[in-house]
Design a binder for this molecule. Sequence first.
Ligand code: ATP
Length: 357
Amino acid sequence: MNNEQISARLAQFRPPHWAQDPVGAGFVRGIALERDELVISLVLPFAELAVEAALHGLDAELCALSGARSVRWQLRVDVATLARTNEIQGVAGVRNIIAVSSGKGGVGKSTTAVNLALALKRQGARVGILDADVYGPSIPLMLGVPDARPESDDGKTMSPIEAHGLKANSIGFLVAADDATIWRGPMASKALSQILRETRWGELDYLVVDLPPGTGDIQITIAQQVPTTAALVVTTPQNVALADAVKGINMFRKVNIPVLGVIENMSYHQCGACGHREALFGEGGGVRVSTEHQVPLLGQLPLDANLCRQMDRGTPTVAADPDGHIARAYLDIAARVAAGLYFTGKTIPTSLYTRLV
Ligand SMILES: Nc1ncnc2c1ncn2[C@@H]1O[C@H](COP(=O)(O)OP(=O)(O)OP(=O)(O)O)[C@@H](O)[C@H]1O
């Protein structure tokens, strides 16, 4: 077998959201013929195990080139730590922090944060979620653990709550809802900073941070206090929401936090009976924001009664209906987020920046 021919074919493989092919990017670690099976090993520095399905599209050609009867893809995820633009100290054990924001309340930011976190996990990463929505923490409910309380055995640090395979912490676990709503900005952001740094997250590839809605001082303070790698903006297609999404993009740009893209939620409604799609809140808004402000549109989610019910019951859609079309949309978004983060970022040594103390 000629490995160079196999490599050359692999070098032509490039999913649209990848900036490089797996050979040029150095992901291919081994090509071997084991009896009549061609074994190709790849190590991905971002979470995208689902790429295996696309790689199988090469099987027939690779078999013809190598004389093998089948191809076995060995994929391993070893997420790279990426440089942040703000100079604050990283969080022990945490490789990358993704902030999920929205200009307006109620557009589905927390729903997106939870499902994105679960989708990143399905793509092969170790994931945590921090509910930074101090004024309306909804993550405990969405994860089905509204009464959980993080425990502390040393009085200084606390263990996160584990739910659906995610490590989670929220102001909602720690203080009564009415107490937090009267906090002023500085107190809220101080409390949040403490939760971020005093939680024993362990080793995480991605920590998803659900920011409070809006683009005011508190959001800026939080975004700057958290060593954020990059941010996402969630919007709905209405003009009012889009205008606020643009404010969100500009806010992150002002503080030098890269914006990975926009996610359009409640983009359309699909009739359960006939399958007809209707854009209830207008069409093309996400695409417009994306082209006018040069940020990728990472995905569009439908308005869906089941999704709403599943979130309210504490079984988020990616966990409740893992093979459904909505879960698949989130998996696709997770792949774009993970790959986007990697290809637009600068890799730094993990051991130096995320050492567990
Ligand atoms: N695509 C969707 N289809 C149907 N319901 C949805 C969808 N996305 C979110 N919802 C529902 O809308 C409500 C608000 O969602 P969510 O709490 O995620 O919004 P939010 O932007 O985080 O709000 P806030 O930041 O103001 O707390 C929830 O009941 C949620 O289940």
